[in-house]
Design a binder for this molecule. Structure first.
Ligand SMILES: Nc1nc2c(c(=O)[nH]1)N[C@H]1C(S)=C(S)[C@@H](COP(=O)(O)OP(=O)(O)OC[C@H]3O[C@@H](n4cnc5c(=O)[nH]c(N)nc54)[C@H](O)[C@@H]3O)O[C@H]1N2
Ligand SMILES: Nc1nc2c(c(=O)[nH]1)N[C@H]1C(S)=C(S)[C@@H](COP(=O)(O)OP(=O)(O)OC[C@H]3O[C@@H](n4cnc5c(=O)[nH]c(N)nc54)[C@H](O)[C@@H]3O)O[C@H]1N2
Ligand code: SF4
Ligand SMILES: [Mo]
Length: 747
């Protein structure tokens, strides 16, 4: 199996190289890449390299590499780590297969075809950088800095993002980690407790862990999963609210099979019941609560019965959850969630979670919510320059903020609308760096139109994912295993056990191959060509890392001596700051025209014949970025669609049937996947893993594997407070053998 796969891959990419790229003969032989399903056999010269930091996902676990003859053969967790320790996940382990993936970008490329349907020509770095610098400068001269948009994500995108945002001066930066991920969580907690919550809940010491839509085990962040598992081992009860029997639901004491989009009603009823029965943390609220009485009065209508009807959950079960939480308060972990851009009503749900934590008095207590108190390091990067006007798309004609609770950057939808209408100003330059907005942002066709109308699009990536097809100039970056990179700080994963902090910085475990370059080189060279040579803050990535370490009294050399990780005493995370408060009723929100008390806003229900499209993480992939990884592809080559088994019977569908989809707007999936029938999903919804269905033929392993959920998410909803996207308001029917199959009504 594996042999055939890699062989097919070899033949495909070799022939593509011959057709599209004027590359010299065998790409593989240049790097010594052998297409073996396993790394080379032979005697292992035990050279261990320290200081690696994973970036197969954004959690950044600490690594060491095992090398043989200068070739990295194995990745392991760094034994010195007090975060992930020696553990890494399947994706971290498979980093080797990214490093040596023959499909990886190797040289600067120029698109001599069209955007979306590219024909690549290999060019020199000089030519590529000249073109990027000249074309972006031309956009800036003609339309102003605001005519440039930036879609960044991940550690390598920070330095270029700061250049374009702070120094060049465009506000039109939209990070996927905020606008399609956790931005709503951060600003809803900011509006409630004055800070973004992170995910540092004291699960190891919890008596109850409460997850709303989080599904740990499928969502894998190593130290986070460790702390969750330790909590369960220590006897914590687990409540999982999810329309689907997720990996977490399978471990739960109570699985609440909630109707999608109704979670706020569920939370309001729990809080109302707890308060009505005087089981709330009255002393805590007296001392730290603000606007509690207004809040308690405002949610009075939310009886258990009312929520039960709305959420399609039995009254007794809501009561059971509320009683369990109240009985174990304050040592309960109300998890703030992570990917929370669901329905466009999400700010209210996130506020409800923050308030529930307050109602239970579960801030700064054992087993409750505690902040990560991390050590201070430097932040050398591009300076903020004075710019004449801020050109903020988030202001209406009365100069009021459209989305006042927006996370950093500009809401994606405002950028896209300005680009497509030219109002209030044109957006004609685009920098894509570590984000794949084709498969990340709802409205794929809209995104394509946005990119089509640009004067210039540049992309920096490591793999030929779908976004790269839209670039005029495509630049190959060194991977996380070949570069120095930002500092990572943190705390002992189980901080009740040992109170320590750490400082680490990514160091290369392997030498760069081909012509790949790093973020600082690429950004600085473009900056020079745009006239910003004088503003360049650091000459190399090593200089930046060293400068930032110096603030903490460290250096790269010193870190190397300490096996890549510097450990010091931590600060007591349970120490509550004097000015801490929980704002239950938020007057500022009300002044801005939004509910001051968390409020349930119903969402549209599936029309007859359709079910709601739900999606989420699979344990062995990170979105689209790992789809071409041979090991991970082998582990989960496709994303079978979860369909309720009773409905499947009525629809004449069985496990393994090959199906496609059509959504409420008539948009069809380009590819197909198989059916997985299960009682573990509601009848009003179907579910699939996110990130599959790449369209780029240069991804010879991942292309057309499974279905691209994003292609079916065409209805665009926006959370009014934050401007972040809601992504679960789309409905689908099945297609089998060319025939459309209705999904019988849930009732
Ligand atoms: N439909 C749908 N959309 C979603 C989600 C969903 O579940 N469903 N999830 C949302 C969430 S939570 C998030 S965080 C976002 C994530 O969205 P993205 O950040 O867009 O995630 P990826 O799809 O992995 O795309 C990342 C891109 O970065 C490239 N890359 C990887 N490593 C490097 C590197 O070292 N340097 C450079 N320059 N590029 C690199 C990858 O090859 C890929 O092209 O998606 C959001 N959008
Ligand atoms: N293996 C792996 N792990 C990852 C990532 C990855 O790509 N791969 N990405 C990381 C990132 S950036 C993020 S943001 C996190 C995301 O991880 P999570 O925050 O856990 O988010 P999703 O994976 O989108 O979770 C989807 C879950 O929400 C449920 N759900 C759908 N609709 C509703 C609803 O209306 N109410 C409720 N209560 N539940 C609902 C789904 O059934 C599913 O179980 O994962 C992180 N961990
Ligand atoms: S959780 Fe896995 S993929 Fe993410 S950083 Fe850690 S080892 Fe890498
Ligand atoms: Mo995310």
């Amino acid at each position: 199996m594996a042999f055939n796969l890699t062989r097919r891959k070899f033949l495909q990419s070799a022939s593509l190289a011959a057709v599209a790229l004027p590359l010299s003969k065998a790409v593989a032989s240049e790097s010594g890449i052998k297409r073996s399903p396993h790394e080379a056999k032979g005697s292992l010269k035990n050279e261990t390299v320290v200081g690696g930091i994973c970036e197969m996902c954004f959690w950044r676990c600490q690594l060491v590499g095992k090398k043989r003859d200068d070739r990295l053969v194995k990745i392991e967790g760094n034994p010195k780590s007090i975060d992930n320790g020696t553990s890494i996940c399947a994706r971290g382990n498979a980093g080797i297969k990214l490093l040596y993936d023959p499909d990886r970008l190797k040289y600067p490329l120029k698109n001599v075809g069209e955007r979306g349907n590219p024909k690549w020509k290999r060019i020199s770095w000089k030519e590529a950088l000249d073109e990027c610098g000249d074309k972006l400068k031309a956009v800036q001269d003609k339309y102003g800095a605001q005519g440039i948009s930036v879609f960044p994500h991940g550690s390598t995108a920070k330095y270029p993002m700061h250049f374009f945002e702070r120094t060049v001066g465009t506000p039109n930066v939209s990070e996927a980690s905020f606008f399609q991920c956790r931005g709503i969580r951060d600003t809803a907690y900011l509006a409630t407790i004055g800070m973004a919550p992170g995910e540092k809940v004291d699960m190891p010491n919890s008596k109850v862990i409460f997850l709303l839509g989080g599904h740990f085990g499928e969502n894998v962040h190593v130290s986070h999963v460790k702390s969750y598992m330790k909590g369960l081992q220590n006897g914590a009860k687990l409540v999982v609210v999810d329309p689907r029997y997720s990996a977490s639901a399978a471990k739960s004491d109570i699985w609440v099979k909630i109707k999608p989009g109704t979670d706020t009603a569920f939370l309001l009823a729990i809080m109302n019941y707890i308060i009505k029965n005087k089981k709330h943390a009255a002393d805590f609220i007296d001392e730290y609560g603000d606007g509690f009485d207004e809040f308690a009065t405002g949610i009075k209508e939310w009886t258990l019965e009312k929520a039960a009807g709305e959420c399609d959950v039995p009254v007794a079960q809501i009561k059971e959850v509320a009683d369990l939480l109240a009985a174990n308060a304050p040592n309960v972990s109300i998890h703030p969630g992570r990917h929370v851009s669901w329905y466009g009503n999400d700010f209210q749900r996130q506020r409800s979670l923050a308030c529930l934590t307050g109602v239970l008095g579960a801030y700064y207590v054992k087993g409750g919510w505690v902040p990560a108190v991390t050590p201070k390091v430097g932040k050398a990067s591009w300076e903020h320059k004075e710019h004449d006007e801020d050109h903020n798309l988030n202001l209406n004609s009365d100069e009021e903020l459209i989305h006042p609770y927006t996370p950093p950057g500009t809401p994606t939808e405002l950028i896209r609308d300005a680009a497509l209408t030219g109002k209030p100003y044109p957006i004609k330059g685009c920098v894509l760096w570590g984000q794949n907005p084709i498969q990340t942002i709802p409205g794929q066709e809209k995104m394509k139109k946005v990119l089509k109308q640009m004067d210039f699009v540049m992309c920096v990536d490591v793999m030929p994912t779908d976004v790269t097809m839209w670039a005029d100039i495509l630049l190959p970056e060194v991977s996380y295993l070949e570069r120095y990179d930002y500092i990572k700080t943190g705390t002992q994963w189980d901080f009740a056990e040992k109170n320590q902090q750490y400082i680490s910085a990514r160091m290369p475990l392997a030498a760069p191959m081909f012509e790949r370059k790093d973020q600082v080189y690429i950004t600085n060279e473009i900056a020079k060509r745009m006239g910003y040579e004088k503003d360049i803050p650091v000459k190399s990535i090593e200089e930046m890392v060293d400068k930032n370490l110096k603030v903490a009294g460290l250096s790269i050399e010193q870190l190397k001596k300490e096996d890549g990780i510097h450990i010091r005493e931590g600060k007591n995370p349970y120490n509550m700051p004097d000015d801490f408060e929980v704002i239950f009723y938020n007057e500022d929100l009300e002044d801005a025209g939004f509910p001051g008390i968390p409020t349930y806003i119903p969402v549209e229900q599936p029309p007859a014949g359709f079910a709601r499209l739900l999606y989420g993480r699979v344990p062995v992939h990170t979105f689209n970025r790992t789809q071409n990884n041979v090991w991970l592809n082998k582990a989960m080559p496709s994303n079978p669609v979860w369909l309720n088994d009773e409905l499947a019977g009525k629809m004449g569908l069985a496990d393994g049937d090959e199906v496609g989809f059509i959504n409420q707007e008539g948009v069809k999936s380009r590819t197909t996947t198989t059916v997985k029938t299960t009682p573990g999903i509601r009848k009003d919804s179907i579910y699939m893993g996110h990130g599959y269905g790449s369209a780029n033929p240069l991804m010879s392993v991942g292309v057309n594997a499974g279905v691209d959920d994003t292609s079916l998410i065409t209805k665009i909803t926006v959370d009014p407070e934050t401007g972040c996207h809601g992504m679960r308001n789309n409905f689908v029917k099945f297609i089998k053998d060319g025939k459309i199959i209705d999904i019988p009504s849930a009732a």
